[in-house]
Design a protein around this ligand. Structure first.
Ligand SMILES: N[C@@H](CCC(=O)N[C@@H](CS)C(=O)NCC(=O)O)C(=O)O
Length: 230
């Protein structure tokens, strides 16, 4: 049986998205694609139901129930108001549009938010492939030496030079967007936000973004709470 906990109290933000989302995801600490959705809920003050599956129970859940809900058989899956939502990045964009936040206002800002998110999607795919492979020692080592620096350097350069990002700490300068959340979460999951940001020493602009996300009042409260599992 998955564990289920409800966090927060329904707020105007919940009304904007149509209720209290039920987020189904792995019980993988505070990590992964599903965690970004939880993080958006935390930041936006959305109450949410957190339904967590252990890695042991996932195969039978997938076989017996999940593929009826999501033909791809992947998590996260969000149930909201009789609707089944799949694909984490589409869910973030969907919530952003309904909240009227997290995606920028001008076409230029929306485009730039999507650009940074798309880079992170590519990065996370490479990270997951390398980290969860049978030959992790080799594949994750190669990834850390060769693949990850390409993303870190590229993102650092984008954020320090693109006019949309230079007026503040976030991807959109002063305004948080869903791209900050996905970028923060991959840095977190790949152990770059911990240990005094040691892994980001050569990337001050990314470090600045990570600090800014962690200093958002609701995120700060979440990271200090027992809802944050590492
Ligand atoms: N593009 C999808 C990727 C979903 C995905 O690959 N989920 C992984 C966990 S992060 C999963 O469910 N893996 C198990 C499986 O597919 O059987 C999304 O962003 O939601």
């Amino acid at each position: 049986m998955p564990t289920t906990k409800t966090f927060g109290v329904p707020s105007p933000a919940n009304r904007a998205i149509g209720g209290v989302p039920e987020i189904h995801y792995f019980d993988s600490l505070s990590r992964g694609r599903g965690q970004v959705i939880r993080l958006m809920c935390e930041d936006a003050g959305l109450a949410y139901k957190d339904v967590r599956y252990s890695f042991d129970e996932f195969p039978s859940f997938k076989r017996e129930q999940l593929t009826d809900l999501n033909p791809l058989g992947s998590l996260p899956l969000v149930l909201l108001n009789d609707k089944i939502l799949t694909q984490s990045y589409a869910i973030l964009r969907h919530f952003a549009r309904q909240l009227g936040a997290y995606e920028g206002e001008t076409e230029e800002e929306k485009y730039w938010t999507d650009v940074i998110c798309d880079i992170v999607i590519d990065w996370r795919t490479k990270f997951v492939d390398a980290y969860f492979s049978d030959g992790r020692e080799q594949t994750y080592g190669d990834y850390c030496r060769n693949t990850r620096p390409v993303f870190l350097k590229g993102l650092e350069r984008h954020l320090e030079s693109h006019s949309t990002s230079t007026s503040g700490s976030f991807v959109l300068g002063q305004k948080i967007s869903y791209a900050d959340l996905v970028l923060y979460q991959i840095c977190h999951d790949d152990q770059l936000t911990q240990d005094g940001r040691a892994g980001l020493k050569e990337y001050p602009r990314l470090s600045q973004l990570v600090d800014a996300v962690e200093n958002r009042p609701n995120v700060k409260e979440f990271l200090a709470s027992d809802r944050y599992l590492g």
